[in-house]
Design a protein around this ligand. Structure first.
Ligand code: SAH
Length: 457
């Protein structure tokens, strides 16, 4: 017998919000039936309109707040376009940090069944605005005018804006300058429906330490009308630009970048630092978007690894080797594994850029490469994992349990899969010692956590 659903579509009801979902919507329960309401905050009472009723859960629209959370902040309607990409713009920063810290604590108990593990207070940013060193801005047309900004959530309508509170100012300036130049030169914006026009996306990347700027123009056609003038204007208006790159994407697709990338002016890469480690960043390479907090996170990982210089370290899911190169400075040797071949190319280049000779990198699945490596008789003293949202593959966790490294340092972008994996490691003879959440992405719901796990016997 299925339980009767206590609400109907178009009902107006008063609810209490108890929780936030991982994408920032308020959760209210009516006789145990959950209703997700964007904008609702835990501790608030509000009137909502029920807009969708599914079997196990429903959706509502926030109508009027009856009791307000102390963490709610109001944003003026005219400022709303500046908050593209922020899911928590209606929550004070103090409230955001509290919410993220609680989320980590809750899943460790609920999913990980870790009862008395120590969770340190989350490390936030002193200034949680204008931190992103990269923007990818869609271009379109409205009322005959080229516009650029961000897609309205769950839609393909572009909101036109020049400022985004998440982007570093230099990034906002770069995007705005390219947009204005494109308007002046009457370069046609790309139209998704007809698959015509030229300019699809404006991208910008910025090395905060080096103050080097890269502009990437994503176009449908290789030809750009007035290309020489476009370049001349970009270099004149953006003195920090070191690299102007074109990426051609002639496909009818939502994927931003195409296969062809050409340098139009200047260098192929810009440089930046995380701590003392230097990175070369090309138009396509992965690079952390908040280097300031990345440094905080990786310094914690390094502290937890507590290296003396004699250790062999494995860095699974190593990307472009950010953590590997950080650890190599203190370890005997580091072995990094990553599934994307281009990222491994970058990792090797970054190792030589920094004269690091004790780091080796291999392309492949962590859950295949590391077990094979172990079967050949290799082992590690410390194993670092930094997996994508779905967490570690079970085959990798089983190899860790057999290999018995003294320490595992787990860097996680998803507390739920972290908690699941910690349970597996605990059942395999490990103990979770320290848990440190770090806020890498203020104003969004993302939480990063670094965890120290040690072998019990
Ligand atoms: N530590 C890295 C980023 C890690 S993000 C850095 O700071 O640069 C997670 C990485 O895991 C991504 O680079 C992704 O390509 C890689 N990845 C995903 N699945 C994988 C798998 N099964 N084996 C190895 N790497 C994988």
């Amino acid at each position: 017998m299925s339980k009767k659903i206590p609400v109907q579509k178009n009902d107006y009801i008063e609810v209490d919000f108890q929780d936030l979902t991982h994408d920032g919507a308020g959760v209210a329960k009516v006789d145990g039936y959950p209703i997700f309401v964007p904008g609702g905050l835990p501790g608030e009472k509000a009137t909502i309109k029920v807009i969708k009723v599914n079997k196990g859960y429903g959706f509502g629209r926030l109508m009027e707040i009856v009791e307000r959370s102390e963490f709610r902040v109001d944003i003026k309607a005219e400022d709303a376009p500046k908050y593209g990409g922020c899911q928590l713009e209606h929550v004070s920063y103090e409230g955001q940090l509290k919410y993220k810290e609680n989320q980590v604590k809750q899943v460790l108990t609920r999913i990980g069944k870790l009862e008395d593990v120590k969770v340190h207070p989350i490390i936030g940013m002193e200034n949680p605005w204008h931190y992103r060193n990269k923007a990818q801005v869609p271009v379109g047309e409205k009322d005959g005018q080229l516009i650029s900004g961000f897609f309205k959530p769950r839609s393909h309508e572009i909101v036109d804006t020049n400022e985004n509170v998440l982007h570093i100012h230099e990034i906002n300036e770069a995007v705005q300058a390219v947009k204005e130049i494109a308007r002046e030169l009457r370069i046609k914006p790309y139209d998704e429906d007809s698959h015509k026009g030229v300019l699809r996306h404006i991208m910008a990347r910025y090395g905060r330490q080096t103050e080097e700027l890269m502009v990437v123009i994503v176009t449908r056609t290789k030809e750009i009308p007035h290309q020489a003038k476009l370049i001349a204007e970009i270099t004149a208006r953006l003195p920090k630009v070191k690299s102007i790159v074109q990426n051609v994407n002639s496909k009818k697709t939502n994927v931003i970048m195409g296969d062809q990338t050409d340098v139009l002016w200047g260098n192929e890469v810009i440089y930046d630092f995380i701590g003392d480690v230097q990175f070369a960043i090309s138009a396509r390479s992965f690079y952390q978007v908040n280097p300031e907090q990345t440094k905080v996170l990786y310094e914690k990982a390094l502290e937890y690894a507590n290296l003396s210089g004699d250790e062999s370290v494995i860095d699974a899911y190593c990307g472009i080797g950010t953590i590997s190169l950080f650890l190599a400075q203190k370890a005997k040797n580091v072995f990094g594994v990553e599934i994307v071949a281009e990222a491994i190319e970058d990792a090797k280049k970054n190792a030589s850029l920094n004269n690091i000779t004790n780091a080796e990198f291999a392309v492949g699945e962590a859950e295949t490469v590391i077990p094979a490596w172990y079967k050949e008789g290799n082992s590690a003293d410390v194993l670092v994992v930094d997996p994508p949202r779905k967490g570690c593959d079970e085959a990798l966790l089983n190899t860790i349990i057999e290999m018995k490294p003294k320490k595992v340092v787990y860097v996680s972008c998803n507390p739920a899969t972290l908690a699941r994996d910690l349970r597996i490691l605990e059942d395999g003879g490990y103990q979770t010692l320290e848990v440190q959440p770090v806020d890498m992405f203020p104003q969004t719901t993302h939480v990063e956590t670094v965890v120290l796990i040690t072998r019990v016997n």
